[in-house]
Design a protein around this ligand. Structure first.
Ligand SMILES: CC(C)(COP(=O)(O)OP(=O)(O)OC[C@H]1O[C@@H](n2cnc3c(N)ncnc32)[C@H](O)[C@@H]1OP(=O)(O)O)[C@@H](O)C(=O)NCCC(=O)NCCSC(=O)CCS(=O)O
Ligand code: FAD
Length: 398
């Protein structure tokens, strides 16, 4: 496989693939099936795990190159773009940054072969309040035992690798903090975790080819070798794991921006093509100004996302800065929902039907102010950074 060597060549590879993926996108949505055909293409092109260091078989691509790829894919197929995000950012990025050599050598081949790791943080009673998770990892001889329930887990049932966030308890049941646990469900290779089940799948509004699932852990044993020990220890484990998660926030914001950029291209095409009152729609100033606002929003989102992708977190961290990631995802996700809505409006009834991709894009883009930290939570994080104060949300927090 020939690897890309610059942002432009990454963009070109992604554009070629996007042209192939666009006609398939409606199928995954309508049939609610995972895009395995696209995974083969992504794997062959080296985009699954493109950000992994070369010594583990990746290409050592930067976050900027990764988001350039994600934008191009998202213009054509939101589902595929999400897969590329999770195959480079979030869970896998935490393992590549904090894991042992053996862990990195274990997980990298999975991703390079097409596995999209699942990140398991949210629980029925701990969504925005993620630090209130109740899934536990109890110390036992040779490892830890997981108990609890995670929900809205993207890729449950299709992902082999899972990074499970859990509250760590020592042998005596004393709490140690939050850690990450690598669960690889791969029965064909002798890895079948007793007690781990995909309980159910949500019927989602958009991104219908992606399973959003509830996962149950009942006395699931994770051996010591698969415990992801955050560099600051379990006590500050959540902070370290979320530091890595900032990369996925930039990725998620980029998917939203890419969908908006795609919708903008469709809108431009239609304004030039469709006539009413004996003139192309493009001649009506009411629509021209809408188009200009849409273009401005996409452009501003892209700048913020690229800035975040190139930023660095605390102490020379290889992950994006927390506030820049939060600001970029917040802005891009809200802007994208409006841009896609306005694009659909420009198509009139045609946009509301399934002949055009706008109605699918509108349903797909809606999730990005919810998943990955809601717009409200991200505002709180941005405000905390501006003010330079902690912003606890519990009643007793201050
Ligand atoms: C962080 C929150 C869960 C709020 O909880 P708390 O008020 O209890 O926590 P804090 O005191 O704010 O934070 C604890 C600790 O962690 C550090 N921290 C928090 N967030 C980050 C971050 N993004 N990057 C780096 N460090 C972080 C914080 O500084 C504290 O450290 P110190 O004690 O100061 O050392 C809540 O704000 C929150 O983020 N909720 C959203 C949860 C979330 O994003 N879930 C995503 C699930 S995965 C998903 O949705 C995938 C969808 S997608 O397609 O990507
Ligand atoms: C499509 C999709 C995919 C997802 N994928 C994953 C995944 O792979 N892994 C994973 O772990 N999770 C995943 N999630 C879950 C996601 O992270 C949570 O939905 C999100 O963190 C919000 O939690 P919640 O849904 O429980 O909402 P809640 O936290 O109950 O919030 C409800 C509302 O209250 C607001 N709110 C809550 N607290 C505050 C506050 N302090 N101040 C102001 N407003 C507040 C929220 O902004 C929101 O509007 C996914 C969600 C979706 C929709």
């Amino acid at each position: 496989m020939k690897h890309a060597s610059s942002s432009d060549s990454y963009r070109a590879i992604a554009q070629d693939l996007a042209a192939k993926f666009a006609p398939r996108a409606a199928k995954w949505d309508q049939e609610r099936i995972y895009c395995w055909d696209n995974i083969t293409d992504l794997t062959n092109a080296g985009l699954m795990g493109m950000s992994l260091p070369t010594r583990y078989g990746g290409q050592g691509a930067s976050w900027l190159d990764t988001v350039i790829v994600v934008e191009e894919l998202a213009k054509a197929c939101t589902l595929t773009a999400r897969i590329v995000v999770e195959a480079n950012m979030g869970g896998i990025s935490a393992i590549m940054a904090y894991g042992t050599e053996a862990q990195k050598e274990f997980v990298a081949p999975y991703v390079l072969a097409g596995d999209k790791p699942a990140i398991c943080i949210s629980e029925p009673d701990a969504g925005s309040a993620a630090t209130q998770m109740t899934t536990t990892a109890q110390r036992v001889d040779g490892g830890y035992v997981l108990n609890g329930t995670k929900h809205w887990i993207t890729g449950g049932g299709v992902s082999k690798l899972h990074l499970v966030f859990a509250r760590v308890l020592d042998e005596a049941g004393e709490e140690q903090g939050i850690g990450g646990f690598i669960l690889c469900q791969d029965p064909d290779n002798g890895m079948d975790h007793t007690g781990f089940t995909v309980v159910s799948r949500e019927r989602t509004m958009g991104l219908c080819g992606m399973p959003e699932t509830t996962l149950a852990f009942k006395d699931v044993f994770i051996k010591d070798a698969h415990v992801l020990r955050p560099p600051s220890g379990f006590k500050r484990g959540f902070a370290d794991l979320m530091n890595a998660y900032n990369s996925q926030r930039v990725g998620a914001g980029t998917i939203a921006m890419g969908v908006a950029a795609g919708a903008l291209e469709h809108a431009k095409r239609y304004l030039l093509e469709r006539e009413q009152f004996g003139r192309p729609l493009a001649e009506f100033q009411g629509l021209q100004w809408m188009l200009a606002d849409m273009d401005t929003s996409v452009h501003a989102s892209r700048l913020m996302l690229h800035e975040a992708a190139q930023s660095r977190g605390p102490n020379g961290s290889s992950f994006p800065d927390i506030a820049m990631a939060a600001r970029a995802k917040l802005f891009a996700s809200e802007a994208a929902i409006k841009v896609v809505n306005d694009a659909l409006q420009m198509f009139g009834a045609r946009g509301y039907g399934s002949e055009e991709p706008l109605e699918r894009m509108y349903r797909d883009v809606r999730m990005f102010t919810i998943g990955g930290g809601t717009a409200q939570i991200l505002r709180t994080q941005v405000a905390g950074s501006i003010l330079g104060i902690r912003t606890p949300q519990t009643r007793g927090g201050y």
